[in-house]
Design a protein around this ligand. Structure first.
Ligand code: FAD
Length: 434
């Protein structure tokens, strides 16, 4: 390839590949009622799973989203599903003690079970499959660390994982770029757009009113609960659930000070011959690696394209600029794709937290669940369900993530000025193999 423009296929779109099969709803015809039992802010996986619970419990439920329902991460992600908890057992044990550490890991397992059971019980056709994950080691040292973690199985974390040494890794993935890796057989994949569209249908069938293109501008407590001011008028609510994750703004300053919004970037390639796909991805697993600036990728559900995501710039950038950089990384892993072009390139805002864990909680009728640190396909729905059940009075216990402190940092207001320097340090550490 000679320049950036050669990277793009003639039908290139700077929009999520998933939107081809599941277009965003351009208008919202439902009128905003003047009152509801529960108002949910954000119509992604968190908000809609909460709505399914509250609406099925008979509560008058209204979900509003500033954009089309699903505009946020929930229709933009890689569709990879893991147990979602990033810190290791030993780190968690050191921070919180053994019982809570096991509790947190069990919540991770429960989130994977939740999405698996939900798509099956609700008959959501979203190309869900328990394909397993191959997690590649980018250095020899990382391979040894993975092997030690794999060996040290402990209660609450039964993954059934196994190691794949470098000399047999072609049985998993057609690259020599890794020093072997680990397979997590229970990890799964789905089409995020179809999953969101199916979930939207389930929430509506349960009786929830979903109103897109309706931004909440102000939230105030009142004697009866809350006054919610939106771009379409006011609504009174007995309870409110904040489900805004990486798109959390000044509406909820307490939450905004606790999440770190970071862009993640994905490309879809144009169609690739099936024999190449079979050689590069013989097992159809989802893929990731041990770098701090992780790359996550997979075949598309029809196995015709590769979807490749990660963080390729110090500051946030345009998908037209991130696309060629991601393609260059893809080609580094699979040199035979040197002449492959990009059909879609897009971005979305994930919510990191200072302890790299997700959080949920309640403050006198105001609930939140957020901070999935880029691993929310299973967890957002699971914690959304938990806050929905709590708001409906079905189960007041919000679980392990409500028992850990949701910390901010002095002077942090929600704008991560430290992002560029942090990415630069991680990039250097990845290059040095640290
Ligand atoms: C590029 C990318 C790739 C990812 N890949 C994966 C992956 O492979 N696996 C995985 O597990 N996770 C992945 N994630 C993360 C995952 O998608 C999210 O954790 C999950 O979708 C969060 O769902 P949510 O409902 O909490 O938030 P979102 O889906 O982001 O929804 C939040 C919504 O809140 C709305 N909102 C914000 N403020 C207001 C307001 N004032 N009024 C009304 N509405 C408001 C926004 O418009 C938005 O639609 C990825 C994320 C991105 C961006």
């Amino acid at each position: 390839m000679t320049g950036y423009s050669d990277c793009f296929s003639p039908d290139f779109k700077p929009a999520p590949y998933w939107w081809e099969a599941s277009p965003q709803e351009t208008e919202s015809f439902a009128a905003l009622p003047s009152a509801a039992d529960v108002v949910i802010i954000g119509a992604g996986y968190t908000g809609l799973h909460a709505a399914v619970q509250t609406a099925r419990a008979g509560l008058d439920t209204v979900v509003v989203d500033a954009e089309a329902a699903g505009f946020g991460c929930s229709s933009r992600n890689g569709g990879q599903i893991s147990t979602s908890v990033k810190p290791s057992f030993s780190t968690l044990k050191q921070r919180y003690g053994e019982d809570l550490a096991v509790g947190i890991l069990k919540e991770g397992q429960a989130s994977l079970d939740h999405v698996t059971n939900f798509v099956s019980a609700e008959h959501i056709r979203c190309d869900f499959g328990v394909v397993g994950r191959f997690h590649g080691a980018h250095t020899r040292g990382q391979y040894e660390k993975l092997a030690r973690d794999c060996e040290a199985r402990h209660p609450g974390f039964e993954t059934g994982a196994w190691m794949v040494p470098r000399d047999t890794q072609h049985s998993e993935l057609g690259t020599d770029a890794y020093y072997g890796g680990i397979v997590f057989p229970r990890h799964a994949s789905l089409d995020p757009g179809k999953y969101h569209a199916g979930l939207l249908g389930v929430a509506r069938s349960a009786g929830a009113t979903i109103i897109g293109h309706c931004r909440v501008n102000d939230l105030a407590r009142s004697p009866q609960g809350f006054e919610v001011s939106t771009s379409r008028g006011r609504i009174r609510a007995k309870k409110v659930i904040i489900a805004t994750n990486g798109y959390t703004g000044p509406l909820t300053p307490w939450q905004q000070r606790r999440v770190i919004p970071i862009g993640s970037y994905v490309i879809a390639t144009e169609e690739i011959p099936s024999d190449t796909m079979d050689r590069l991805f013989p097992t159809n697993r989802i893929l990731s690696d041990t770098r701090k600036l992780v790359y996550y990728y997979r075949p598309s559900p029809d196995r015709k394209r590769i979807l490749f995501g990660g963080r390729v710039s110090l500051q946030e950038t345009d998908p037209r600029r991130s696309g060629p950089k991601l393609l260059a990384e893809l080609v580094r892993l699979f040199p035979e794709l040197a002449h492959t072009r990009i059909s879609h390139s897009w971005t979305g805002i994930v919510a990191f937290t200072f302890d790299t864990l997700m959080h949920c909680g309640e403050d006198a009728g105001l609930y939140h669940a957020m901070g999935y640190c880029g691993s929310g396909v299973g967890m957002a729905g699971y914690l959304g369900s938990r806050v929905g059940k709590a708001a409906a009075g079905i189960d007041p216990d919000l679980g392990a993530f409500s028992r850990i402190p949701f910390k901010t940092r002095p002077f942090y207001t929600g704008k991560p000025w430290f992002l560029g320097p942090s990415v630069a340090v991680y990039r250097l550490r990845d290059r040095l193999g640290l």
